[in-house]
Design a protein around this ligand. Structure first.
Ligand code: MN
Length: 297
């Protein structure tokens, strides 16, 4: 016979235990993390991130089939997306990083993750890189859907000390997860994290940093293909221009993993007033509603 016990707060198949009540029901539902990246589902960085986080939560991977670095927030609107599952359970998509997170959150997963994590990227995403970064783009897609999100990158290419970077990621995620236990925060956050390629013993910890700035990118490189056509390769990212104290460039060189909270609003608030007269001088007086007059009684 069923008694008057309370139900445990499971998300699936609520479990009612007769005659037993809990003043403070134990939390038995694991947190859920969605992992993506821009280097592709086979990249060592995403494997390291999965391995580092799988003990902290239920973790699912939905990532691009191929390298999609510098795809930013691009969505594929003119071609269909296909999802396949790799031997290790990772799902991969013939699309961009933002595509992966977008379809995961809008139907593929069938649930809302508590956190979206992207990376670990093969190389820095500091300063202006964040505008182009597919790693940041994947995280930002989660953020745009109201899910807190973190983009992780190693500051140097080549995956040196990748396992240590994974441990640093796990350290940050495990610190943040408890704050998400009661649902998404009213004001979700987006963090950009860059981890120096150093062994754990040489990493000094985390430091909050603002984005630095880079010089403009290097010159485009032109070559001739075997059929005589000229082709162009986008040049390397520019060197750091603003790497002053307080920037991600500066702190990472000092051995800190940097945490930069990002926002999406690109408005130059300081210059709204500066541009107002220009807009006013271009106003179409004929379309202005009459200041006085109109209906009379
Ligand atoms: Mn990348």
């Amino acid at each position: 016979m069923i008694g008057s016990g309370r139900c445990l707060p499971q998300r699936e198949s609520p479990l009612c235990v007769p005659g037993v009540t809990w003043a403070d029901p134990p939390k038995i539902v694991a947190m859920k993390i969605l992992i993506s990246n821009d280097d592709g589902y086979q990249a060592p960085g995403i494997v390291a991130l999965y391995e580092a986080l799988k003990g902290l939560a239920e973790v699912e991977v939905v990532a691009p089939e191929h390298n999609n670095s510098a795809k930013s927030n691009a969505l594929s609107l003119h071609s269909p997306l296909y999802v396949h599952t790799a031997y290790n359970g990772f799902r991969y998509v013939n699309g961009t990083p933002a595509d992966c997170v977008h379809i995961a959150l809008t139907g593929l997963l069938g649930y809302r993750p508590d956190l979206v994590v992207s990376g670990i990227n093969n190389g820095a995403n500091m300063g202006d890189d964040t505008i182009y970064s597919g790693t940041v783009g994947a995280a930002m897609e989660g953020y745009l859907f109201g899910v807190p999100a973190i983009a992780f990158s190693q500051t140097e290419k080549g995956w040196a000390h990748l396992e240590d970077a994974g441990q640093m990621a796990a350290r940050l995620v495990s610190q943040l997860l408890p704050s998400l236990e009661n649902g998404p925060p009213a004001d979700p956050w987006l963090l950009n994290v860059n981890i120096p390629n150093r062994p754990m013993t040489e990493l000094r910890g985390f430091k909050v940093a603002r984005l630095g700035r880079r010089h403009a990118a290097e010159q485009v490189i032109s070559q001739t293909n075997p059929r005589g056509d000229t082709m162009y390769w986008i040049g390397s990212a520019g060197k750091a221009k603003d790497d002053a104290e307080g920037t991600d460039f500066h702190a990472s060189l000092q051995g800190y993993a940097t945490i930069t909270p990002l926002k999406v609003d690109l408005t130059d608030h300081d210059r709204l007033a500066y541009w107002a007269p220009t807009a006013a001088s271009l106003s179409n007086a004929a379309a202005e509603p009459a200041a006085t007059g109109g209906a009379t009684s």
